[in-house]
Design a protein around this ligand. Structure first.
Ligand code: NDP
Length: 399
């Protein structure tokens, strides 16, 4: 049976891997919407190759180029934030949410409102608005499937299990580009050094977030939201080979580990074929050749983002939206050479400390408008700190 699919963030790393799988089964899928940002050439090529109904760029100023690239094809074109959400309202059975950052939330919600199965790579959706995403899915009979490799691994380890028997969830971290650097050298890490990942081939932003472990910090919060486990049940372990993606510990002492190659097409393919398993074009691991697997505890001084994520989970409410927005702004600052690598955590902590005093904001109900307001406030505060207009407040715990 042909399934109607849409891919949000088609021109990115996850989007391209999703298209790679879809192109291998041309009769299995009908492509509804493909979206991108500034990479209009690639978006137009993808739309033509897949015969998409509509191609949408997030940026109005890119529309003319997209229109020209697709003229005469019959493929509709559109641009802007509202157009992304409109595209997500087009009936589709399966929607990949792979826009990077908080911009992925509104189209994801719109896809759930039309009852689609949402394959969620955009972890920011759950971090900023977990109850809103999962509540919208429940209200509309829609399904949310994890695509982050760790969460896909936990999801697979839980098949047929009773959540009441789960004692702990362990997510693994490669440790990123600087896992073996002396800690006192981290402050001088350059953009180029932070943008190269030892194991995974990913977009630049998530690669830098892996080096700082802000990515793992988001995943801690994502784990809490997705699986409903308590913060004290979630552990992070550094596993440099990135072959075990996560483990689930049960009340009889068993640990179920998910082992697979560091290739996102596994987790994407699992979500695409769920609830079935189908052959996927990923490497089959040769355990004898691998020989050994290594694990170590993450060091607090190297990865301050993990402590901040735990404080965010304790605080709840809009803390996730504030955390993510401050992190995105700090990351922009690092990419623009306005901040040092280790300054990013200081900016995020400063914003959290300051906004935690605004109880009206932090405990507001989970609506898209409130999440956006928290996001907006956090970006303003983060920018003030980065531009030196404010000195970040630091507290042992900001909650
Ligand atoms: P990329 O940076 O490679 O791609 C991001 C995509 O989003 C591109 O299509 C980009 O368009 C588009 N985009 C960028 N900004 C906007 C915006 N403001 N509005 C709409 N679209 C926008 O990211 P990844 O594929 O690496 O990651 C995507 C998501 O998946 C992230 O949330 C990430 O955390 C998550 N993820 C990624 C993994 C990976 O291995 N890459 C693993 C697990 C999760 P363009 O490039 O055309 O400008």
């Amino acid at each position: 049976m042909t399934r109607r699919v849409s891919i949000f963030g088609a021109t990115g790393s996850i989007g391209c891997s999703t298209i790679d799988l879809i192109e291998r089964d041309p009769d299995g899928f009908e492509v509804v919407a493909l979206t991108g940002g500034r990479n209009v050439d690639l978006l137009a090529r993808q739309a033509k190759a897949l015969g998409a109904e509509v191609a949408v760029t997030a940026h109005e100023e890119c529309l003319a180029d997209l229109r020209e690239a697709l003229s005469g094809t019959g493929i509709e074109v559109a641009a802007g934030e509202a157009a992304l959400t409109d595209a997500a309202r087009r009936p589709a059975d399966w929607v990949m949410s792979a826009i990077v950052g908080a911009a992925g939330l509104p189209p994801g919600l719109a896809a759930l409102e039309q009852g689609a199965t949402l394959a969620l790579a955009n972890k920011e959706s759950l971090v900023t608005a977990g109850p809103l995403i999962l509540g919208t899915a429940r209200d509309h009979g829609a399904t949310v499937l994890p695509v982050d490799s760790e969460h896909s691994a936990v999801f697979q380890a839980l098949v047929g299990e009773d959540m009441a028997a789960v004692e702990r969830v362990i997510i693994t971290a490669s440790g990123g580009a600087f896992r073996d650097w002396p800690i006192d050298k981290l402050a001088s890490a350059t953009l180029e050094e932070a943008s190269s990942h030892p194991n995974w081939d990913m977009g630049q932003r998530i690669t830098i977030d892996s080096a700082s472990m802000f990515n793992k910090a988001l995943e801690l919060i994502e784990t809490r939201e997705f699986f409903g486990v308590r913060p004290d049940q979630i552990e992070v372990i550094v596993h440099p080979q990135s072959l075990i993606h996560a483990l689930v510990g049960f009340n009889d002492g068993a640990l179920m580990a998910h082992v697979g190659p560091p290739d996102m097409r596994h987790a994407i393919g699992y979500a695409l074929n769920w609830p079935e398993r189908k052959p996927l074009p990923v490497e089959r691991l040769d355990l004898a050749r691998i020989g050994q697997l290594e694990f170590r505890a993450p060091e607090d001084a190297r990865y301050p983002a993990l402590r901040l994520a735990r404080e965010v989970m304790e605080a709840g409410g809009m803390a996730g939206a504030v955390f993510n927005a401050a992190k995105e702004t700090a990351l922009d600052g690092f990419i623009a050479h306005r901040l040092g690598f280790m300054d990013m955590a200081g900016v995020v902590e400063g914003v959290l400390t300051e906004l935690s005093g605004d109880t009206g904001l932090m405990s507001a109900a989970f609506t898209l408008d409130n999440v956006r307001a928290a996001d907006h406030m956090a970006r303003i505060r983060a920018e003030e700190i980065i531009s030196g207009a404010k000195t970040p407040k630091r507290s042992a715990t900001w909650t």
